[in-house]
Each structure stands twice: as C-alpha cells, then as structure tokens.
Design a protein around this ligand. Structure first.
Ligand code: ASP
Length: 342
C-alpha cells in the first residue's frame, strides 16, 4: 500500500493533555489542535494526523458510559476514512473505558489504541511523548493492504496490550499497566516488535456493528474474611439490581455459610447475573476445584474464568444492555467475545 495512513487522535482528557502553567504552577488542559506545535516530532511520522478533542476534557475519574458512547460515535463516524485511531484518556479508568469500547465494536478491523501518561506532556521528564508517538506509529502500521492491528489495544511504557486484558497497577511508576493473564501484543524497543501469535487476525469482510447501550444497574461485591450477612443482603437486595461482579478468593472460592448460599440463590432466582471473578491479579477462577467453590458452581453462578474486574464490569453492562435472553446469558458471558478471557 502506498497511501499514507490517516490517523485520528481523540483526546478525552487526563494528564497526557496537560501542561503546567508556570505562573500558577497548576496543571491545565492545552489546546489539542496545537499538538504538532507542542510535539514537533509528530511531523516526522509517516502518517496524516487529525485531532478531535472533547470540548470539556475530563479527568478519567469522571468517565462513564455516556462518554464511552461519545468516543464510540466519533470512531464510528470516521471509521471508513480513517486507518487507525488513538484515544487519549486519563489512566485511572482507562482499562474500563478501553474494555467497554472493545465490547461496543463487533467485527472491528482497524486499530483503536488507547494511551495516556503519568506525567503531563509539558513536563521535562514526561512519558507522554513516547506513549503518544509510539501509539500513533502502531495505529499506522500496515501489513500489506491491511492494518497490523484490528482490535482495541492499550499502549503504555513500551508495551502493547490487548485493552480488555489490562489493569492499572501503579499510580506512581511509568509502567502503570499490566496484562496479567494474556501476553503482550507487542513491545517498543529499537524496533517495533509485534507478537503475531497472540494478535487478533485482521479480516475486513464483516460489517462493523457498534453497540451503544449499557445497563449500569450492577455492583462489585468484594468478599473479605468477616463480611457479614447484613452487608451482603443489602447489596444483593438493591432494587433493580441486574448484575454482580462477585470478587472471590483465589481460584473463585467463597464462604460456604448457609446465609451466604441462600442470599446468592435468592439473587439468582431474581435473574440477577452473578459473575465469579477472582481477587487475584493473576490466574483464573476454577469452579469446583475446591469445596469452597462447588456450591457456587451448582447454584449456576457465571464463571468469569481469568477476566479482569474492569473487563467484567464492561461486559456485564454491555450484555445486560443487550437484553440477552436469560437462558443464553451465562453461556454468552462465559464465551470470549473480544479475546477478554481464555
Ligand atoms: N487522574 C488522571 C485521570 O485518570 C490521571 C491520569 O491521567 O493518568 O484522568
């Protein structure tokens, strides 16, 4: 292909788009249309870069499905003219956002690369430049006539990850993300290396479908030794509750007390989807491996396998929003839809 790739940079907010006002010492968002003036190195890249910025960039702590839809609509609108997308977001909730975007786009065949930074772009020691420049380079990489990447990824501190496998692991180190249960898709060193064996195969023969409905009537219930009946009961009896990410111990284990089993059973009977996700950062739920997960298995709880909590939240909101028939929900959740579980 001889055409120069068109890349769309979408700035939603977060540290990466900030500069220090040296008079007041405060961080403020800078005008993203001037990005090439701030980072002249971008002119050296072999692609055409367009930018779109949220009118009011947000700290990613304020991220919500409303903004996920906003990002998705921008991508959808430009999908046919643009060869690759780079979404800049705050790092705090980036794994949730990028997971949600991965579920929203069915049959994606172009790169959507999320990135951000720990230090603002104007900071002397910033990690923003490398993250941004390499993310753009990755989004612009071709494999013959096709893009190299056809999935939602997260690029940070020299590593390319499948976005819906990531989790933020550090608030202070440049290596802020990890993909505990899936190998890195690529690495930036002297050369840009792609791990072809684990990349999703890019095919462009299917029509893109964009889903935009999320149901937020869900909760994370993290177990801890000593969690009491009143707490579990009041959570599971929240009116209109539709889904629970049950963060269990180790390989998916939970208390075997009668009251606990009864409350879970009652919630399942009310058609509340309960997904078993391990509190361990690495490894998988193995339902029935221990006696302490046998009861959950026989109750028909959903096996979250090795999904991250971030991805489980996004998948739950998405599948409940899709109004999947009750008898199909468990099977569908337990199926890897976008490579989010093994
Ligand atoms: N609080 C910021 C945010 O997530 C941190 C960052 O940008 O990394 O928006």
């Amino acid at each position: 292909m001889t055409k120069i790739p068109n890349i769309l940079l979408i700035y939603t907010g977060g540290t990466i788009g900030m500069i220090k006002d040296y008079k007041s010492n405060a961080l403020k968002a800078f005008d993203f249309d001037q990005i090439k003036e701030k980072i002249p190195e971008l002119n050296l890249l072999d692609c055409v870069i367009q930018t779109i910025s949220f009118d009011n960039p947000i700290d990613s702590s304020n991220m919500s499905p409303k903004y996920w839809v906003k990002i998705a609509k921008i991508i959808e609108k430009h999908y046919h003219k643009i060869d690759g997308f780079v979404v800049l977001s705050g790092t705090d909730t980036m794994s949730y956002t990028a997971s949600a975007i991965s579920f929203m786009f069915e049959n994606l065949s172009k790169p959507v690369i999320f990135t951000g930074s720990q230090l603002p772009i104007g900071d002397l020691r910033t990690d923003a430049k490398e993250n941004l420049i390499t993310a753009i380079q990755i989004a612009a990489t071709r494999d013959g006539d096709l893009p190299k990447i056809g999935e939602v990824c997260l690029y940070f501190e020299y590593k390319l990850y499948r976005a819906n496998r990531t989790t933020k692991v550090s608030a202070s180190q440049f290596e802020a993300f990890n993909s505990p249960n899936y190998p890195e898709l690529g690495e930036s060193g002297v050369h840009l290396y792609f791990n072809n064996n684990v990349l999703k195969k890019v095919t462009q023969n299917k029509t893109l479908i964009v889903r935009k409905i999320f149901n937020t009537n869900i909760v994370i219930l993290k177990l801890f030794p000593g969690i009491n009946k009143e707490v579990v009961k009041s959570i599971l009896e929240i009116s209109d509750l539709k889904g629970v990410v049950l963060e269990t111990f180790g390989a998916g284990n939970a208390p075997t007390s009668k009251w606990f089993i009864n409350l879970i059973q009652k919630a399942l009977k009310k058609n509340i989807a309960i997904v078993n996700v391990s509190q361990c950062i690495n490894g998988s739920v193995l339902l029935g491996h221990y006696e302490t997960s046998n009861h959950l298995k026989s109750l028909g709880i959903i096996d979250g396998k090795d999904i991250t909590t971030e991805s489980a939240i996004a998948k739950l909101m998405y599948l409940i929003g899709e109004n999947i028939a009750q008898n199909k929900f468990k099977k569908l959740f337990e199926t890897a839809l976008r490579g989010e579980m093994s």
